[in-house]
Ligand binder design. Structure first.
Ligand code: SF4
Length: 341
Protein backbone atom coordinates (compact mmCIF):
# COMPACT_ATOMS: atom_id res chain seq x y z
CA UNK A 1 0.00 0.00 0.00
CA UNK A 2 1.21 3.47 -0.83
CA UNK A 3 0.12 4.66 2.59
CA UNK A 4 2.26 7.78 2.62
CA UNK A 5 0.88 8.99 -0.73
CA UNK A 6 -2.56 8.72 0.83
CA UNK A 7 -1.59 11.47 3.26
CA UNK A 8 -1.64 15.15 2.21
CA UNK A 9 1.98 16.24 1.54
CA UNK A 10 1.75 18.81 4.36
CA UNK A 11 1.23 15.92 6.82
CA UNK A 12 4.38 14.04 5.87
CA UNK A 13 6.53 15.74 8.55
CA UNK A 14 4.09 14.64 11.28
CA UNK A 15 4.07 11.08 9.86
CA UNK A 16 7.87 10.96 10.11
CA UNK A 17 7.84 12.46 13.61
CA UNK A 18 5.42 9.78 14.82
CA UNK A 19 8.05 7.23 13.78
CA UNK A 20 10.81 8.95 15.72
CA UNK A 21 12.36 10.59 12.63
CA UNK A 22 12.91 14.38 12.64
CA UNK A 23 10.03 16.20 10.95
CA UNK A 24 12.35 18.00 8.53
CA UNK A 25 13.11 14.64 6.91
CA UNK A 26 9.40 14.38 6.06
CA UNK A 27 9.54 17.76 4.31
CA UNK A 28 12.70 16.62 2.59
CA UNK A 29 11.09 13.36 1.42
CA UNK A 30 8.01 15.22 0.08
CA UNK A 31 10.31 17.52 -1.89
CA UNK A 32 12.08 14.50 -3.35
CA UNK A 33 8.84 12.83 -4.41
CA UNK A 34 6.71 15.73 -5.64
CA UNK A 35 9.29 18.17 -6.89
CA UNK A 36 12.41 16.15 -7.72
CA UNK A 37 10.73 13.09 -9.21
CA UNK A 38 11.94 10.33 -6.85
CA UNK A 39 10.00 7.08 -7.22
CA UNK A 40 12.08 5.04 -4.76
CA UNK A 41 13.32 5.78 -1.23
CA UNK A 42 16.83 4.84 -2.38
CA UNK A 43 16.76 7.85 -4.78
CA UNK A 44 16.79 10.19 -1.76
CA UNK A 45 20.53 10.30 -1.30
CA UNK A 46 20.51 12.82 1.55
CA UNK A 47 18.28 10.64 3.75
CA UNK A 48 20.29 8.33 6.06
CA UNK A 49 20.80 4.91 4.43
CA UNK A 50 19.25 3.07 7.42
CA UNK A 51 16.16 5.25 7.23
CA UNK A 52 15.80 4.61 3.51
CA UNK A 53 15.98 0.84 4.11
CA UNK A 54 13.41 1.04 6.92
CA UNK A 55 11.05 3.11 4.79
CA UNK A 56 11.40 0.75 1.84
CA UNK A 57 10.27 -2.12 4.09
CA UNK A 58 7.66 -0.22 6.09
CA UNK A 59 6.11 2.07 3.46
CA UNK A 60 7.02 1.32 -0.16
CA UNK A 61 6.65 4.57 -2.05
CA UNK A 62 4.93 3.25 -5.18
CA UNK A 63 2.76 0.19 -4.78
CA UNK A 64 2.18 -0.16 -8.52
CA UNK A 65 4.18 -1.10 -11.59
CA UNK A 66 4.03 0.64 -14.97
CA UNK A 67 3.66 -2.06 -17.59
CA UNK A 68 2.70 -1.64 -21.20
CA UNK A 69 3.09 1.33 -23.42
CA UNK A 70 0.94 1.94 -26.44
CA UNK A 71 2.10 4.82 -28.60
CA UNK A 72 0.15 6.78 -31.19
CA UNK A 73 1.45 8.69 -34.20
CA UNK A 74 0.59 12.01 -32.59
CA UNK A 75 2.88 11.27 -29.63
CA UNK A 76 0.29 10.32 -27.00
CA UNK A 77 1.43 7.33 -24.97
CA UNK A 78 -0.78 5.09 -22.87
CA UNK A 79 0.73 3.29 -19.90
CA UNK A 80 -0.89 0.46 -18.00
CA UNK A 81 -0.51 0.93 -14.23
CA UNK A 82 -0.95 -2.29 -12.27
CA UNK A 83 -1.61 -2.32 -8.50
CA UNK A 84 -0.58 -5.14 -6.11
CA UNK A 85 -4.04 -6.76 -6.17
CA UNK A 86 -3.74 -7.19 -9.95
CA UNK A 87 -6.15 -4.34 -10.75
CA UNK A 88 -4.99 -2.12 -13.59
CA UNK A 89 -5.84 1.27 -15.08
CA UNK A 90 -4.63 3.38 -17.97
CA UNK A 91 -2.73 6.65 -17.66
CA UNK A 92 -1.83 8.75 -20.69
CA UNK A 93 0.93 11.24 -21.47
CA UNK A 94 0.04 13.68 -24.28
CA UNK A 95 2.54 16.13 -25.74
CA UNK A 96 1.11 19.33 -27.19
CA UNK A 97 2.09 22.73 -28.48
CA UNK A 98 1.03 24.36 -25.20
CA UNK A 99 2.93 21.84 -23.03
CA UNK A 100 2.45 18.31 -21.85
CA UNK A 101 -0.83 16.98 -20.45
CA UNK A 102 -1.38 13.80 -18.48
CA UNK A 103 -4.69 11.97 -18.13
CA UNK A 104 -5.36 10.03 -14.92
CA UNK A 105 -7.86 7.31 -13.98
CA UNK A 106 -9.89 7.32 -10.77
CA UNK A 107 -11.48 3.86 -10.74
CA UNK A 108 -10.71 0.34 -11.91
CA UNK A 109 -13.44 -0.25 -14.47
CA UNK A 110 -16.39 2.11 -14.29
CA UNK A 111 -19.88 1.97 -12.77
CA UNK A 112 -21.40 4.36 -15.35
CA UNK A 113 -21.46 1.87 -18.25
CA UNK A 114 -21.62 4.40 -21.07
CA UNK A 115 -22.82 2.37 -24.05
CA UNK A 116 -20.00 3.63 -26.29
CA UNK A 117 -17.06 3.06 -23.91
CA UNK A 118 -14.69 0.11 -23.41
CA UNK A 119 -14.06 0.98 -19.74
CA UNK A 120 -17.69 0.58 -18.83
CA UNK A 121 -18.17 -2.85 -20.40
CA UNK A 122 -17.44 -4.89 -17.29
CA UNK A 123 -18.67 -2.42 -14.67
CA UNK A 124 -16.79 -1.23 -11.59
CA UNK A 125 -14.03 -3.36 -10.07
CA UNK A 126 -13.06 -0.91 -7.34
CA UNK A 127 -12.28 2.71 -6.50
CA UNK A 128 -8.69 3.97 -6.43
CA UNK A 129 -7.31 5.72 -3.35
CA UNK A 130 -5.86 9.23 -3.61
CA UNK A 131 -2.39 7.71 -3.39
CA UNK A 132 -3.09 5.28 -6.21
CA UNK A 133 -4.28 8.16 -8.41
CA UNK A 134 -1.10 10.12 -7.60
CA UNK A 135 1.06 7.11 -8.42
CA UNK A 136 -0.05 7.44 -12.05
CA UNK A 137 1.23 11.02 -12.17
CA UNK A 138 4.53 9.97 -10.57
CA UNK A 139 5.04 7.13 -13.05
CA UNK A 140 4.25 9.30 -16.07
CA UNK A 141 6.65 12.02 -14.94
CA UNK A 142 9.33 9.41 -14.24
CA UNK A 143 8.98 8.05 -17.77
CA UNK A 144 8.21 11.12 -19.89
CA UNK A 145 9.32 14.13 -17.86
CA UNK A 146 7.42 16.97 -16.30
CA UNK A 147 3.85 17.87 -17.27
CA UNK A 148 1.95 21.14 -17.42
CA UNK A 149 -1.67 20.06 -17.18
CA UNK A 150 -3.62 17.22 -15.60
CA UNK A 151 -7.00 16.00 -16.79
CA UNK A 152 -8.93 13.48 -14.71
CA UNK A 153 -10.67 11.82 -17.63
CA UNK A 154 -9.26 8.30 -17.71
CA UNK A 155 -10.89 5.09 -16.60
CA UNK A 156 -13.81 5.49 -14.20
CA UNK A 157 -15.79 8.60 -13.37
CA UNK A 158 -14.34 11.01 -10.81
CA UNK A 159 -17.85 11.91 -9.63
CA UNK A 160 -18.31 8.36 -8.33
CA UNK A 161 -15.03 8.50 -6.36
CA UNK A 162 -15.03 12.16 -5.52
CA UNK A 163 -13.40 12.24 -2.05
CA UNK A 164 -10.27 10.41 -3.21
CA UNK A 165 -10.12 12.39 -6.46
CA UNK A 166 -10.37 15.77 -4.72
CA UNK A 167 -7.69 14.68 -2.25
CA UNK A 168 -5.38 13.76 -5.15
CA UNK A 169 -6.08 17.10 -6.84
CA UNK A 170 -5.30 18.90 -3.56
CA UNK A 171 -1.91 17.13 -3.49
CA UNK A 172 -1.26 18.23 -7.08
CA UNK A 173 -1.94 21.85 -6.03
CA UNK A 174 -0.31 21.84 -2.58
CA UNK A 175 2.88 23.92 -2.28
CA UNK A 176 4.46 20.90 -0.51
CA UNK A 177 3.10 18.68 -3.30
CA UNK A 178 3.35 19.22 -7.06
CA UNK A 179 2.59 22.95 -6.58
CA UNK A 180 0.40 23.19 -9.68
CA UNK A 181 -2.04 26.03 -10.28
CA UNK A 182 -5.70 24.98 -10.00
CA UNK A 183 -6.33 26.38 -13.48
CA UNK A 184 -4.10 23.70 -14.97
CA UNK A 185 -6.31 20.88 -13.65
CA UNK A 186 -9.54 19.51 -15.10
CA UNK A 187 -12.02 17.06 -13.56
CA UNK A 188 -14.43 15.28 -15.88
CA UNK A 189 -17.66 13.67 -14.71
CA UNK A 190 -21.13 12.64 -15.81
CA UNK A 191 -22.23 14.35 -12.57
CA UNK A 192 -24.04 11.77 -10.40
CA UNK A 193 -26.28 13.10 -7.60
CA UNK A 194 -24.35 15.14 -5.05
CA UNK A 195 -21.17 15.43 -7.11
CA UNK A 196 -21.44 18.99 -8.41
CA UNK A 197 -22.66 20.52 -5.12
CA UNK A 198 -19.63 18.92 -3.40
CA UNK A 199 -17.34 20.17 -6.16
CA UNK A 200 -18.77 23.70 -5.81
CA UNK A 201 -18.37 23.63 -2.01
CA UNK A 202 -14.73 22.50 -2.44
CA UNK A 203 -14.35 25.81 -4.26
CA UNK A 204 -11.03 25.37 -6.09
CA UNK A 205 -10.64 26.85 -9.57
CA UNK A 206 -10.19 23.41 -11.08
CA UNK A 207 -12.04 23.23 -14.38
CA UNK A 208 -15.20 21.12 -14.52
CA UNK A 209 -15.76 19.10 -17.70
CA UNK A 210 -19.37 17.91 -17.72
CA UNK A 211 -19.98 14.84 -19.89
CA UNK A 212 -23.39 15.51 -21.44
CA UNK A 213 -23.44 13.57 -24.76
CA UNK A 214 -27.18 14.04 -25.37
CA UNK A 215 -29.83 16.73 -25.51
CA UNK A 216 -32.79 14.80 -24.10
CA UNK A 217 -33.06 12.93 -20.81
CA UNK A 218 -34.26 9.80 -22.61
CA UNK A 219 -31.21 9.59 -24.89
CA UNK A 220 -28.78 10.57 -22.11
CA UNK A 221 -30.19 7.86 -19.84
CA UNK A 222 -29.86 5.31 -22.63
CA UNK A 223 -26.27 6.29 -23.46
CA UNK A 224 -25.17 6.84 -19.83
CA UNK A 225 -27.07 4.36 -17.62
CA UNK A 226 -25.14 5.52 -14.52
CA UNK A 227 -27.09 8.80 -14.42
CA UNK A 228 -30.48 7.35 -15.32
CA UNK A 229 -32.27 9.23 -12.53
CA UNK A 230 -30.78 12.64 -13.26
CA UNK A 231 -32.31 15.28 -15.52
CA UNK A 232 -30.23 17.41 -17.86
CA UNK A 233 -31.94 20.55 -16.55
CA UNK A 234 -30.94 19.82 -12.94
CA UNK A 235 -27.41 18.81 -13.96
CA UNK A 236 -26.88 22.06 -15.87
CA UNK A 237 -28.28 24.12 -12.97
CA UNK A 238 -25.72 22.47 -10.68
CA UNK A 239 -22.92 23.14 -13.19
CA UNK A 240 -23.99 26.80 -13.23
CA UNK A 241 -23.66 26.80 -9.43
CA UNK A 242 -20.07 25.53 -9.81
CA UNK A 243 -19.36 28.59 -11.98
CA UNK A 244 -20.97 30.84 -9.35
CA UNK A 245 -18.80 29.31 -6.62
CA UNK A 246 -15.48 29.20 -8.47
CA UNK A 247 -15.69 31.84 -11.23
CA UNK A 248 -14.46 29.19 -13.62
CA UNK A 249 -16.40 28.49 -16.81
CA UNK A 250 -17.12 24.82 -17.37
CA UNK A 251 -16.77 22.64 -20.44
CA UNK A 252 -19.62 20.58 -21.85
CA UNK A 253 -18.19 17.38 -23.34
CA UNK A 254 -20.19 15.92 -26.20
CA UNK A 255 -19.05 12.74 -27.98
CA UNK A 256 -20.38 12.77 -31.55
CA UNK A 257 -21.90 9.37 -32.42
CA UNK A 258 -22.98 8.96 -36.04
CA UNK A 259 -26.76 8.69 -36.37
CA UNK A 260 -27.31 8.82 -32.61
CA UNK A 261 -26.70 12.34 -31.28
CA UNK A 262 -25.14 14.18 -34.21
CA UNK A 263 -28.06 15.54 -36.23
CA UNK A 264 -28.27 19.25 -36.90
CA UNK A 265 -31.58 19.40 -35.02
CA UNK A 266 -29.73 17.93 -32.00
CA UNK A 267 -27.05 20.61 -32.46
CA UNK A 268 -29.84 23.19 -32.38
CA UNK A 269 -31.27 21.64 -29.23
CA UNK A 270 -27.81 21.73 -27.61
CA UNK A 271 -27.53 25.40 -28.57
CA UNK A 272 -30.87 26.07 -26.90
CA UNK A 273 -29.91 24.17 -23.71
CA UNK A 274 -26.61 26.03 -23.31
CA UNK A 275 -27.75 29.50 -24.38
CA UNK A 276 -26.67 32.12 -21.82
CA UNK A 277 -24.66 29.66 -19.73
CA UNK A 278 -20.98 30.29 -18.80
CA UNK A 279 -19.62 27.27 -20.60
CA UNK A 280 -18.00 26.17 -23.80
CA UNK A 281 -18.47 23.01 -25.81
CA UNK A 282 -15.93 20.31 -26.57
CA UNK A 283 -17.08 18.18 -29.50
CA UNK A 284 -15.31 14.82 -29.62
CA UNK A 285 -15.75 12.72 -32.76
CA UNK A 286 -16.12 9.14 -31.49
CA UNK A 287 -13.18 6.72 -31.46
CA UNK A 288 -14.80 3.41 -32.46
CA UNK A 289 -14.49 0.46 -30.05
CA UNK A 290 -14.72 -2.94 -31.70
CA UNK A 291 -17.93 -4.78 -30.88
CA UNK A 292 -19.86 -1.75 -29.62
CA UNK A 293 -21.56 -0.79 -32.88
CA UNK A 294 -21.18 3.00 -32.71
CA UNK A 295 -19.62 4.93 -35.59
CA UNK A 296 -17.61 8.12 -35.94
CA UNK A 297 -19.36 10.81 -38.04
CA UNK A 298 -17.66 12.17 -41.15
CA UNK A 299 -15.36 15.11 -40.47
CA UNK A 300 -17.45 17.46 -42.60
CA UNK A 301 -20.56 16.53 -40.63
CA UNK A 302 -18.77 17.16 -37.31
CA UNK A 303 -17.75 20.55 -38.68
CA UNK A 304 -21.35 21.39 -39.65
CA UNK A 305 -22.49 20.47 -36.11
CA UNK A 306 -19.77 22.73 -34.66
CA UNK A 307 -20.59 25.59 -37.07
CA UNK A 308 -24.24 25.61 -36.03
CA UNK A 309 -23.28 26.02 -32.36
CA UNK A 310 -20.60 28.59 -33.13
CA UNK A 311 -22.93 30.76 -35.20
CA UNK A 312 -25.17 31.12 -32.17
CA UNK A 313 -22.23 32.54 -30.20
CA UNK A 314 -21.29 29.43 -28.22
CA UNK A 315 -17.54 28.88 -27.88
CA UNK A 316 -16.87 25.49 -29.49
CA UNK A 317 -13.85 23.28 -29.92
CA UNK A 318 -13.92 20.35 -32.29
CA UNK A 319 -11.38 18.15 -30.57
CA UNK A 320 -8.81 16.10 -32.40
CA UNK A 321 -8.59 12.98 -30.27
CA UNK A 322 -5.04 12.33 -29.15
CA UNK A 323 -4.10 8.69 -29.01
CA UNK A 324 -6.51 7.80 -31.80
CA UNK A 325 -4.28 5.43 -33.67
CA UNK A 326 -3.36 2.97 -30.94
CA UNK A 327 -5.91 1.51 -28.51
CA UNK A 328 -7.33 4.98 -28.70
CA UNK A 329 -10.62 4.96 -26.85
CA UNK A 330 -10.56 4.87 -23.10
CA UNK A 331 -10.19 1.37 -21.67
CA UNK A 332 -9.00 -0.31 -24.86
CA UNK A 333 -5.40 -0.93 -23.84
CA UNK A 334 -6.45 -2.49 -20.52
CA UNK A 335 -9.08 -4.58 -22.26
CA UNK A 336 -6.65 -5.86 -24.90
CA UNK A 337 -4.12 -6.87 -22.19
CA UNK A 338 -6.84 -8.65 -20.21
CA UNK A 339 -7.94 -10.57 -23.31
CA UNK A 340 -4.33 -11.62 -23.98
CA UNK A 341 -4.15 -12.92 -20.40
S1 SF4 B 1 -16.96 7.18 -20.79
FE1 SF4 B 1 -16.10 7.59 -18.77
S2 SF4 B 1 -17.91 7.56 -17.41
FE2 SF4 B 1 -18.53 6.53 -19.32
S3 SF4 B 1 -18.15 4.32 -18.94
FE3 SF4 B 1 -16.32 5.20 -19.94
S4 SF4 B 1 -14.95 5.72 -18.23
FE4 SF4 B 1 -17.03 5.50 -17.40
Amino acid sequence: MSQLLNLPPAEWPAWFKERGVPAFQGRNAARWVFQRGATDWQDMTDLPAGLRDDLALDAPLLSSTAETESGAKDGAVKTLIRYPDGASVEAVHMPGTAGHTICLSTQVGCPVKCQFCASGLDGLERNLTAGEILEQALWLRHRYGSFDRVVVMGMGDAGFNLDATLQALDALMAPEGFGMAARRLTLSTVAPAGCLPQFAAWGRQVKLALSLHATTDALRHELIPGVAKRSIAETLREADAVFEATGREYTVEYVLLAGVNDSLSQADELRRLLHGRRCFVNLIPYNPVSGLGFRRPEGSHCQAFADLLEKSGLPVKLRLSLGRSADAACGQLRRRKAEQG
